[in-house]
Design a protein around this ligand. Structure first.
Ligand SMILES: *Cc1c(COP(=O)(O)O)cnc(C)c1O
Length: 374
C-alpha cells in the first residue's frame, strides 16, 4: 500500500482486518496514567503512561510507516532534538551543526550541551560544506531545506561522508515532513522533526518526533524518553493522528501554492532573493527535485528594507503575521525581528496555506504595492 493510503487509514485495522460491528471507526484518546497490570509487568502491553500509551502507539505506528523506521513522539520539536543530543553525545564528543540551522538548535548546543564538554563545529548547508569538517565528529546534524534561508544539501552524499568518518547523521526534516522527503531512505541514521509545523498543520499543536531504523539507536531514544519523562499527552497524540490523515492533501496544496507564490514574487518589482527549492532559479533545484517529493510550504524573499517589509505585512489581508509555518492558513513574518538568523532586515519568511491561489496572489499583489508607497 502507498504511504498515503496508510496515513489516511491510521488507527484502523490493517487490511483485510475489519472493525467489529458497533466499533467506532476512530477510537478516541486513551486517558490513563496507569493500566491494570497484574503480576509480571512484562506481561502487560501497558503499565504506566510515561512508558507507553495506546494513543501514542497508533500515532507512532503511522509516523513509522511514513518515515520507513521506528518513530518516537516527543512533546515538541525541541524535545525531539534534545532527545537525540542527550542520548547520543558524551563529554569530549564533537557535533557538526549547520551554521544556518533553526536557531534554537544551535542555541541549546552552545548554551547547554557545551557545558558538558561537547564541541560544536559550524558549516553552511549550501554546497554540502558540512562534509568538509567531519574529522573526528560523533554526530553530523543537517537541516534541508534549512530554515529560514531555504538552502538545500544532499542527504545521500552527507550520509556517506558521515559514515566514512564513523559519525552518525541526523536530519532535521521539519520543513518538508517525511511525506515530502525521507531521510532514512536516503541513508541518514536519524530523522527528526518538529510536528508543530506542516505535519500536524492546524497551528494548534506543539509536537515532535524522532525516527530511526537501528533498534539499538531506538532503544537509546526510547530510554531517554522514559527516564526524562519527555512525553506527549494522549489528547495531543490523538489530535496529531487526526491531522495526519489530511497531510497528503495539505502538503500537496501548500506546495502548489508556495511554488505559484514564489514564481509570482520573482516577477514583482522591489522583490529580490526569492528562495524556494521548487524554483528553477534555486541554486540546488536539481538536487531538491531528486531528493524531495514535495518542496513544502516555505518561501523566503527580500523586500528593500525593514519599513517596506513591515508595510507589506500590515497591508496583507490574508497573511497572518506569525512565526510558525506549515499551517492551513497562510502566514508570514519579518524574520530579522527575532535576531539570530543571518538574514537581511527586509527578509520575509512566508508559509503558503491551503487558500485558493488566486486570492493569495491578488492579496500579495496589493500588499506589495502598498509596501512601495512610503
Ligand atoms: C520549529 C522548528 C523546530 C523546533 O520545534 P518546536 O516544535 O517549536 O519545539 C526545530 N527545527 C525546525 C527546522 C523548526 O522549524
Amino acid at each position: 500500500m502507498e504511504p498515503t493510503t496508510r496515513l489516511v487509514r491510521a488507527g484502523l485495522p490493517e487490511p483485510p482486518g475489519k472493525l467489529r460491528p458497533g466499533e467506532p471507526i476512530h477510537k478516541g484518546p486513551v486517558f490513563a496514567s496507569a493500566f491494570s497490570a497484574p503480576g509480571d509487568p512484562a506481561s502487560s502491553p501497558y503499565t504506566y503512561t510515561r512508558f507507553n500509551n495506546p494513543t501514542w502507539q497508533e500515532l507512532e505506528h503511522a509516523l513509522g510507516v511514513l518515515e520507513g523506521g521506528t518513530a518516537r513522539i516527543f512533546p515538541s520539536g525541541m524535545a525531539a532534538v534534545t532527545a537525540v543530543f542527550a542520548s547520543l553525545l558524551r563529554p569530549g564528543d564533537t557535533v557538526v551543526l549547520p551554521s544556518d540551522s533553526y536557531y534554537t538548535t544551535r542555541v541549546i548546543m552552545q548554551e547547554f550541551f557545551a557545558g558538558f564538554d561537547i564541541q560544536t563545529r559550524l558549516a553552511p548547508t549550501a554546497s554540502n560544506a558540512q562534509a568538509e569538517v567531519l574529522e573526528g565528529a560523533k554526530l553530523l546534524w543537517v537541516e534541508t531545506p534549512a530554515n529560514p534561508g531555504m538552502d538545500v544539501c544532499d542527504i545521500r552524499l552527507l550520509s556517506e561522508a558521515a559514515h566514512r568518518h564513523g559519525a552518525l547523521i541526523a536530519v532535521d526534516n521539519t520543513t518538508p515532513t517525511a511525506l515530502g522527503q525521507q531521510p532514512l531512505a536516503l541513508g541518514a541514521d536519524i530523522s527528526v522533526a518538529s510536528d508543530t509545523k506542516s505535519l500536524t498543520g492546524h497551528s494548534d499543536l506543539v509536537l515532535g518526533h524522532v525516527a530511526v531504523k537501528d533498534p539499538a539507536l531506538d532503544a537509546r531514544i526510547a530510554g531517554w524518553r522514559k527516564l526524562s519523562g519527555s512525553i506527549v499527552g494522549p489528547m495531543e497524540a490523538w489530535l496529531a493522528l487526526r491531522s495526519l490523515a489530511t497531510l497528503p492533501l495539505r502538503l500537496e496544496k501548500q506546495s502548489q501554492n508556495a511554488l505559484a507564490i514564489a514564481q509570482f514574487l520573482e516577477t514583482q518589482p522591489g522583490v529580490r532573493g526569492v528562495r524556494y527549492p521548487g524554483l528553477k532559479t534555486h541554486p540546488a533545484h536539481a538536487l531538491a527535485a531528486r531528493q524531495m517529493r514535495f518542496f513544502g510550504p516555505v518561501v523566503g524573499f527580500e523586500l528593500p528594507d525593514r519599513a517596506a517589509a513591515e508595510r507589506f505585512l500590515q497591508a496583507s489581508h490574508l497573511l497572518v503575521e506569525a512565526s510558525s509555518f506549515g499551517g492551513i492558513v497562510s502566514s508570514a513574518e519579518r524574520r530579522a525581528r527575532w535576531g539570530g538568523d543571518d538574514v537581511s532586515e527586509g527578509f520575509i519568511r512566508l508559509s503558503a496555506g491551503c487558500e485558493a491561489i488566486d486570492d493569495l496572489l491578488a492579496d500579495l499583489g496589493q500588499a506589495l504595492q502598498a509596501s512601495q508607497s512610503a
